[in-house]
Ligand binder design. Structure first.
Ligand code: PLP
Length: 418
């Protein structure tokens, strides 16, 4: 593949989605932001949306605003996100953080398989997910089986298959792994779990908005996902939950707050779950943060997930070609799968001195990548605003940092948040 700057510029010119970049705030035109998989950029429209929510709704309408769009917002936004993940209206709702949602659905899932004793997950899963699965196992007298990854990049389907049996209550996996971007074939894996009689719980935090997800086609049971990464929903924005429609009445929400109560405002003393996804809510949602999610989701719907996925693949193939041409000779490794179908929206580049290189990029080179222990420089390729020219520059600056030894003075430094 041609990896020149001219080629990068040409790819940008031919890019159907190029115009979406203007939909985002860029007060830092020199900065190459490669961390959209950790915190997406601020959409222009979100600034207006939140200004209205604060000044007009909270400021003037006060409590009346609950009847003017706030109360239904969790479901309305859930339906929009459903259209990005191949689910149907009424199968997705927004509430709480990904971690809390995962706890709720994992516990609900395990309790729906009372005769089974094991939760299966893998060693590539996000630590928060692993901690929560451990807590669910402990609370219910189950155990967690963690399928290993031999190369730290992938987990073969056969290994998952071997871990599943008639004791598996729940198979809980990240659809796209946060370090390597390895992405499971959701259809195949769900089928394996169902063959074993287990439920599936997919964490789509790192795939939603970057990977074509087909929850309905896979027949997936349960899911959660983050809205502040590729959905550009803002820091700490509420996460989503998915429960397949036929399972909804059969699962019990373990945190039965009043927002999940049938006829909530009758203030009955006995709990009776609401119908549909509302039964998985708990307390009052963080309304301002919730409203802040909408514009970012609208942009992805306008762009269309087919085109979004095509762009993600094109950006990551370009990055991998640059790695091969310019970075591999300098000791950089590819810590992501080479096959596009097995990859999410970021590319991880490994190096012995990855953290020092990362710090040099941030402090001296105007590139903001992301670092994940022990040796991963993650380059997030956010389809609505990352340009091919940005990918080119990021790779060149990685090269310069090593060729000129600029990373050396950062060896041994460890910032608090990385
Ligand atoms: C980002 C991410 C989370 C985030 O969880 P929070 O509760 O928002 O802190 C959880 N799981 C995965 C797989 C993630 O990528």
């Amino acid at each position: 593949m041609d990896t020149s700057l001219e080629q990068a510029r040409q790819l940008d010119e031919q890019d159907d989605l190029a115009r979406f970049r203007d939909e985002f705030v860029f007060d830092d035109s020199e900065l190459i932001y490669m961390d959209g998989n950790s915190l997406g950029r601020l959409p222009q429209r979100t600034q207006e949306r939140l200004a209205i929510a604060v000044h007009d709704q909270w400021g003037r309408r006060l409590i009346r605003a609950w009847n003017e769009g706030w109360f239904e917002a969790s479901e309305r936004l859930g339906d929009k996100i459903a259209s990005l993940v191949g689910a149907e209206d009424g199968e997705v709702i927004l509430a709480d953080s990904t971690s809390v949602n995962l706890f709720k659905l994992a516990l609900a899932g395990v309790l729906a398989r009372p005769e089974r004793s094991v939760i299966v997950t893998d060693a590539l899963n996000f630590p928060s997910d692993l901690y929560i699965l451990q807590a669910v196992a402990q609370a219910t007298g189950r155990r967690v089986v963690m399928v290993p990854s031999h190369d730290g990049i992938r987990v073969p389907l056969e290994a998952i298959q071997q871990a599943l049996d008639d004791q598996t209550a729940l198979l809980a996996l990240s659809h796209t792994a946060f370090k390597s971007a390895f992405t499971y074939d959701m259809v195949r894996v769900t089928e394996l779990a169902h063959d074993a009689g287990a439920l599936t719980l997919w964490d789509m935090s790192h795939s939603v908005g970057a990977v074509a997800i087909e929850l309905a086609e896979a027949g997936a049971d349960l899911g959660v996902g983050c809205t502040y990464k590729y959905l550009n929903g803002g820091p700490g924005a509420p996460a989503f939950m998915y429960v397949r429609r036929d399972l909804q009445p059969r699962l019990a929400n373990p945190i039965t707050g009043w927002f999940s109560q049938r006829d909530q405002f009758d203030m009955q003393l006995r709990y009776k779950p609401a119908d549909g996804m509302r039964r998985f809510l708990s307390g009052t949602p963080p309304v301002l943060s919730l409203l802040g999610v909408e514009s970012g989701v609208d942009l992805l719907i306008e762009a269309g997930m087919d085109r979004v996925r095509q762009k993600v693949v094109a950006l990551s193939e370009f990055m991998i070609a640059l790695w091969e041409a310019d970075l591999e000779p300098l000791g950089f490794r590819l810590n992501s799968p080479k096959v596009a179908d097995e990859r999410g929206g970021h590319v991880s580049i490994g190096h012995e001195q990855a953290l020092a290189i990362d710090l040099a990029l941030i402090n001296e080179m105007d590139v903001l990548p992301d670092f994940r222990h022990p040796d991963n420089i993650r380059l997030g390729l956010s389809p609505l605003y990352t340009r091919f020219a940005d990918v080119f520059q990021a790779a060149q600056r990685l090269r310069v940092v090593v060729q000129e030894g600029r990373y050396k003075k950062y060896i041994g430094q460890r910032p608090e948040v990385i």
